[in-house]
Design a protein around this ligand. Structure first.
Ligand SMILES: N[C@@H](CCC(=O)N[C@@H](CS)C(=O)NCC(=O)O)C(=O)O
Length: 240
């Protein structure tokens, strides 16, 4: 069957809701939990359930997106949003059976560190070993959001790439400051901003007639399915 619906998923690995959308789409707990990084499963279970959907991963620099949109990370903009977001993300993770553990130092991290090199590394992999893109994105998300480990330094990146069986990890890590790689993330980030993006995850669905629908958040999969003539059936089991 030919793919009919292009779905561009703009995300930043520092965004917990991006992690949820990235994985939610794979509701099969056993696959999510037991998947080895070298295995490629389709981006999401919904990619298997909705075979006409063609997903492209597009890492962006969320800080640049927010700046361009005049936005701020919710927890920094409104004090009450921090604790709410922490509870909300953990509740969603339980609902979708994701082994997410919110880092207590998350606010400090977003104030002092940048995930742009991790996002650039995913771009570098996409440009050279595209079949590894999903595994490397997943490994970054899991390292930060499940294992509470950092994703900021060369040593972190080498570990991630090695765990995914990526060839030439040192060369790839060195390439993240190269112009072509920087240009790729710039292009994705500008594309998202031009489409009205102000946060992450941001999903752009291109319909059969070429028109586009834009979605903010991890909580719009039911609408994305609806517009493709498909049904979102939620997680297999709900633990709430
Ligand atoms: N309701 C959305 C919230 C998503 C969200 O808060 N994303 C953060 C990044 S992790 C963001 O970019 N927020 C911008 C905003 O709320 O304006 C969901 O469930 O996914």
């Amino acid at each position: 069957m030919s793919k009919k619906f292009a779905v561009d998923l703009y995300f930043d690995v520092i965004s917990p809701y991006s992690f949820i959308l990235f994985e939610v789409s794979d509701q099969r707990k056993s696959l999510v939990l037991n998947l080895s990084n070298s295995q490629l499963l389709s981006l999401h279970a919904y990619r298997a359930q909705w075979p006409k959907m063609d997903v492209t991963l597009k890492p962006v620099a969320l800080g640049h997106v927010m700046k361009a949109a005049g936005n701020k990370p919710p927890a920094l903009a409104v004090a009450a949003k921090g604790p709410y977001m922490m509870k909300d993300v953990q509740r969603l993770a339980r609902y979708f059976d994701l082994p997410l553990q919110f880092r207590e130092d998350f606010i400090t991290i977003i104030q002092t560190k940048s995930s742009i090199n991790a996002d650039r590394l995913i771009c570098a992999v996409q440009m050279t070993q595209p079949e590894k893109t999903e595994a490397v994105a997943r490994a970054h998300f899991r390292r930060f959001w499940c294992e509470r480990k950092d994703i900021f330094e060369t040593a972190d990146f080498v570990e991630v790439l090695t765990s995914c069986g990526v060839a030439n990890p040192a060369t790839l890590v060195a390439s993240i400051t190269s112009e072509p790689v920087k240009e790729r993330i710039r292009q994705y980030t500008e594309e998202a901003i031009d489409g009205g993006c102000f946060g992450a995850p941001w999903t752009v669905l291109t319909l059969e007639d070429g028109s586009q629908e834009h979605f903010f958040g991890s909580d719009r999969l039911h609408m994305i399915g609806h517009l493709m003539g498909e049904k979102f059936t939620g997680p297999v089991s709900c633990k709430l």
